[in-house]
Design a protein around this ligand. Sequence first.
Ligand SMILES: Cc1ncc(C[n+]2csc(CCOP(=O)(O)OP(=O)(O)O)c2C)c(N)n1
Length: 705
Amino acid sequence: MLRHPAATTGALCYCSSGMSPAVNWRLALEHALLSRALDDLEETVLTPARKVLYQFSARGHEVSQAVLAQQLNGQRDGIASYYRSRPLLLSLGLTAEQALASTMMRSGSLSAGRDIGVVFNLPNRDGPCVLPACGGVGTQYTPAVGWAQAIRYHTQVLGDKRYGGSIAVAHGGEASTAANGFWAALNIATTLRLPLLFYIEDNGYGISVPSKLQTPGGNVARNLGGFTNLRLYDGDGSDPVAAATLIAEAVAAARSGEGPALLRLQVPRLSGHSGQDTQTYKSAQQLSAEVARDPLTALRMHMVPKLLSEAEWSAAQAQATTTVAAALARIEQQGQPDARSVTRYAFSERGPDGKLELQQQGGVRPAGFEPPAGTGDARPLGARINMLTAIRRTLEHELEINPRLLVFGEDVGLKGGVHAATLGLQQKFGEARVFDTSLSEEGIIGRAMGMAAAGLMPVPEIQFRKYAEPATEQLNDCGTIRWRTANRFAAPMVVRMPGGYFKCGDPWHSQSNEVQFTHATGWRLAMPSNAEDAVGLLRSALRGNDPTIFFEHRAMLDDASARRPYPGDEFAIPFGVARRLRAGQELTVVTWGAMVERCERAAAASAVDVELLDLRTLVPWDRAAVLASVSATHRCLIVHEDNMTAGFGAEIAAVLAQEAFSELDAPVERLAMPDIPVPHSPWLLDAILPAPDDIVAAIRRLASY
Ligand SMILES: Cc1ncc(C[n+]2csc(CCOP(=O)(O)OP(=O)(O)O)c2C)c(N)n1
């Protein structure tokens, strides 16, 4: 057994305090046996019968997880689990029926049949809460960081005593410690000394790849010996008593307020990685050595006869089998999940009464904060301000009225952001609410997800649009949370993201590529073209109930054409409503973002009676306005900055082809960037950006078609 209690040195201590934690072994046994009985049934009956299509056995992992669950008694403990966490979930309240409904994809499944049956979630606003798990290995870590940081925020800023002494737990296998998310989380948790336990079960294999190919020497705990602010614990998970001691020590270390702890427990994986895996990569000797290390056998030796008679042990086993059989009988009666509702809950929805069908957990509303509705009436105040000031002022007001709102990202603190959108906000609201992060976009978005789950409204900044790429997995998984959990969880947040060309371009800072977000389920997307719209859309997003990308076009932040008077602290614009900038009868131009101003100039110079629509939001986009306009003008030009191929213009053109075909007097035309990265030289940039002259030419060409 290896324990490393020193926080700041690399010295490893091969000793244990020997402290015997209070474990309810009978309860641990009950949970472990329940898990084993479920695996037995699924492996021998339900998978061969194709009633379970994707089986993940936790055989070998049960006992340590059942013991860990007993330590998770903080009122607001948050657990980021993975597909082999079912014993932990069963010990935290998941019933055998819920488990079987999920793996058998029946109604009553925790994801309504939408997700793999061991990818769980357990909303809980008054006890240990299990965040929605993902299939992606390593994705669980940075959301756990967000939960841990939210614990600190709730305790220290909001004064919510329920969070006092609570911890976040990130549960993963040893191969997941090779993934980016693990390192992002480790770095943040140790830097900020967050109350987080990395609970790693090392079963020796990531599917078929041995531990020694995941980390040098095969022991990540040993390799982390020099990591500042990390307490390390390492031992044998197939010895229940030794494991219980380490678990108790590691949990206590994470609860101590001195920073994170990492516990690595070696356990045998007594089945294939999943139902399909026949383990041909293990020798017969290895397989039997693993069976000899079965923690349930060791638990039996520990309990019988000291704590339990032979007969009681057998009765406990029989009870688990009976419970699972009874659960199966009930689930067999349950129907398939409702196919008519499978498209529901990609986004927040309202019921027939007009009220939000609120998710059980995630975002400020289930936590009890109802943001004011806002108004569509602009009350312009004072002189025109640029878009940058408009954004800053809106953030400032929303920070004032919503104590759960946090603004963070690279350089957003003292510096006020590299674009200056957050200038002065840290000075006004303090470092807990407006703060710099380490350079990890996965960390920024994953953390935001965990914070949202814990009832906060995170407003992360991605410094430049292209640098959202390291966060792609977290962004995609965040967007699908509501759908994956059938509205049990959601993670409303607003990701501010400057992008597009400026005075010059380059392949790194000038990408727009907004179309990528329109394809990511669950994200709303705003691309304002002026200061007033920026205020209204940002406010709607900040008070909204869905994750939103707020794209701040760099060329517009200080452009004279985008300046408007501040429309007031309650001004909010609903998403999906285009602005008609010019009424016209000969041709419709549809555009958004920085192309709006160019199209306005072109329309004025074209001598054609142009109707100009600024979509303002792409998810949702105002199909009705575009269809109505094109039905009246019979011609349509779409102008965007994003690359031509599969840009959002292609979507609009396809909708027009399908729904307005008989109305068209000319082909729908698109003007966009060629399919190359953005060039640096202004000369080259000008050559490829749709310019007013190009737009005029296209308008005239189409008008005379
Ligand atoms: C990002 C990602 N890459 C690859 C996979 C495919 N995959 C699923 S599980 C797995 C191995 C993970 O092993 P480990 O983290 O040790 O957990 P264990 O399955 O052993 O419990 C792999 C490669 C995935 N789900 N996600």
